[in-house]
Design a protein around this ligand. Structure first.
Ligand code: PLP
Length: 434
C-alpha cells in the first residue's frame, strides 16, 4: 500500500492549514493524518486510491453508512428550496416532533450545529433553573472542546489526585483557570461517592452531567443500577440530570441510551448520528426546564440553527432509522455482538490480553490484563502503543479503525464485511504482537 499522495498533501497542507488538519484529534492520527477522496456505504477511499472497510464512521455520525442515498436525496431536494431562511420552516417542526415521539426526555427540543454548543445550552439551562454554578462532571467523560467542559477528560495519573475526590484538570493551554472552580469532578460508576458528594454539597450543584455510556473512555457501560441510582439522587435533590447522548443518541437505540436503559434524564444532548453526517445537534428536555428557553429567560441562538440541509438530513436519517420497528437497531446490535465475540475468540486463541466491551453499535477494543474496565482510571491499564500497532496492521489490510480503540458500526456494514474483518484480525493481531 502506498500513502505517497496523502503524505504529499499533508506536507502541502501544513504550509497553510495549522498542523495540516482542522481538528486537534485528527492531528493525533497514526502514523500521520491521512487524506481521503470519497466514501460510500461502509467503504472509504484515501487519496492514494486505497480502499478501507470503515469502522471510524467519521467518529460516529455515519450510522447509515457514507453517502446514504435517502439522506442525499432529501438534501438535494431541500437544496432546490434554499439553504437558510433566518426564519422558521416546517422541517424543523417535523424534526422536533420526531424527537418528541422517540426520545423519552424530549417534551421539547431546540437545535444547533455541534455537540459542543448543545452542551453549553444544557449547562446554561440547569444553572438558570437552580441558580447555582457548579456542575458534577465525571473523570474520562468528554463533552466537547470548550473551556468549561474540557476538564479531567484524560488526566495523567500524576495530576489526577485521589480516586474518590479527583482534581479538576484542564486539557489545553489558553484555557481559563476559573473554569476549574465551576466543576466538581468525580469517578463515574461509583454511586456511593456521588451520594456523599450530593449530600454534602447539594446547595452548590446545578447539574449532574454524564455520558450514559462512557464511550469516550473505554466504552464503559453503567454498572447495574447506577443510572437508576443517579436518577433517584437527582429526584430527591431536584438537581437536573443531564445525559450527553452525542454518541449514544440514535446509535444505541432510536431513544438513545435513555431508551435502551429505561432511565430518563431531565435534559439531553444529541449530535453525530442524528443526521447521518450533516452538522446538526439538539438539546431535548423536560417541559419545566425547556420552558426557560421558550419564555426567553434563557438565551439560545445561532445564525445557522436549523439550516435547511441539516434539518432535511436529520429528518431523513431518523425516518430511515425508525423503519421496520427497530430493524436497523436489531441489525446493529446483532452484528456488533458478533464482531465483539469474534474478536474475543481470536484473542483467546492467540492467548492475547484483549478486552472488548460496549453496547454493540459502538464498542471498544484494548489490550489489558483486566477482565473488566469500569471507570476512567482502570482505562489506564490499556496498552495504547500496542493498539496503535494493531490499527496500523489492520489499515495495511484494508480496514480502518480509530486509534483510541472505539469502533462504530453502520447499517451499511454487511455480514460479509464482519466476516472479512474477523478473517483479517488474526494475522493483524499476530503482526502487532511484541
Ligand atoms: C459525548 C460527546 N459530547 C460532546 C461532543 C462534542 O461534539 P462536537 O464535536 O460535535 O462539538 C462529543 C464529540 O465527540 C462527544 O463524543
Amino acid at each position: 500500500m502506498s500513502f505517497k499522495r496523502s503524505e504529499k498533501l499533508l506536507g502541502r497542507a501544513r504550509k497553510s492549514l495549522a498542523g495540516g488538519v482542522s481538528s486537534h484529534f485528527r492531528a493525533l492520527d497514526k502514523p500521520f493524518p491521512m487524506f481521503f477522496e470519497k466514501a460510500r456505504g461502509a467503504t472509504i477511499v484515501d487519496a492514494d486510491g486505497n480502499r478501507y472497510l470503515d469502522y471510524t464512521l467519521s467518529q460516529g455520525p455515519m450510522i447509515l453508512g457514507h453517502s446514504c442515498p435517502e439522506i442525499l436525496k432529501a438534501v438535494r431536494a431541500e437544496l432546490a428550496r434554499g439553504q437558510l431562511f433566518a426564519g422558521q420552516h416546517e422541517g424543523e417542526i417535523r424534526l422536533a416532533e420526531l424527537f418528541q415521539r422517540h426520545v423519552p426526555c424530549a417534551d421539547m427540543t431546540r437545535f444547533s450545529l455541534t455537540g459542543s454548543e448543545a452542551i453549553q445550552t444544557v449547562l446554561r439551562l440547569a444553572r438558570a433553573h437552580t441558580n447555582r454554578v457548579k456542575y458534577i462532571k465525571f473523570e474520562g467523560h468528554y463533552h466537547g472542546w470548550f473551556d468549561n467542559v474540557l476538564i479531567s477528560v484524560a488526566p495523567a495519573a500524576s495530576d489526577a489526585g485521589p480516586e474518590e475526590s479527583p482534581e479538576a484538570v484542564g486539557m489545553t493551554r489558553g484555557q481559563s483557570p476559573s473554569v476549574l472552580e465551576e466543576v466538581i469532578v468525580l469517578p463515574w460508576n461509583n454511586l456511593d461517592v456521588l451520594r456523599r458528594t450530593m449530600q454534602r454539597r447539594e446547595r452548590e450543584i446545578a447539574a449532574v452531567l454524564m455520558e450514559p455510556v462512557m464511550c469516550n473512555s473505554g466504552c464503559i457501560a453503567p454498572r447495574e443500577g447506577y443510572l437508576e441510582g443517579v436518577r433517584d439522587l437527582c429526584d430527591r435533590t431536584g438537581i437536573p440530570l443531564i445525559f450527553d447522548e452525542i454518541i449514544t443518541g440514535f446509535r444505541c437505540s432510536l431513544g438513545g441510551a435513555q431508551g435502551m436503559y429505561g432511565v430518563t434524564p431531565d435534559l439531553a444532548t444529541f449530535g453525530k448520528a442524528m443526521a447521518g453526517g450533516f452538522p446538526i445537534s439538539a438539546i431535548a428536555g423536560k417541559r419545566h426546564l425547556m420552558e426557560l428557553i421558550a419564555n426567553g429567560q434563557v438565551m439560545h441562538a445561532g445564525t445557522f440553527n436549523t439550516y435547511n440541509l441539516g434539518v432535511a438530513a436529520s429528518v431523513a436519517a431518523i425516518e430511515r432509522l425508525r423503519l421496520g420497528r427497530g430493524a436497523v437497531y436489531r441489525q446493529l446490535h446483532r452484528m456488533g455482538k458478533h464482531l465483539m465475540e469474534g474478536i474475543r475468540r481470536i484473542a483467546r486463541d492467540q492467548n492475547q490480553p484483549i478486552l472488548v466491551q460496549g453496547p454493540g453499535p459502538v464498542f471498544h477494543v484494548g489490550f489489558t490484563d483486566r477482565s473488566a474496565v469500569q471507570d476512567y482510571r482502570q482505562c489506564r491499564s490499556y496498552d495504547g502503543a500496542r493498539y496503535g500497532r494493531l490499527v496500523q496492521a489492520m489499515r495495511e489490510r484494508g480496514i480502518r479503525l480509530i486509534g483510541r480503540g472505539i469502533w462504530y458500526i453502520s447499517a451499511a456494514h454487511t455480514e460479509e464485511d464482519i466476516e472479512r474483518t474477523l478473517a483479517t484480525f488474526p494475522e493483524a493481531l499476530r503482526v502487532s504482537s511484541p
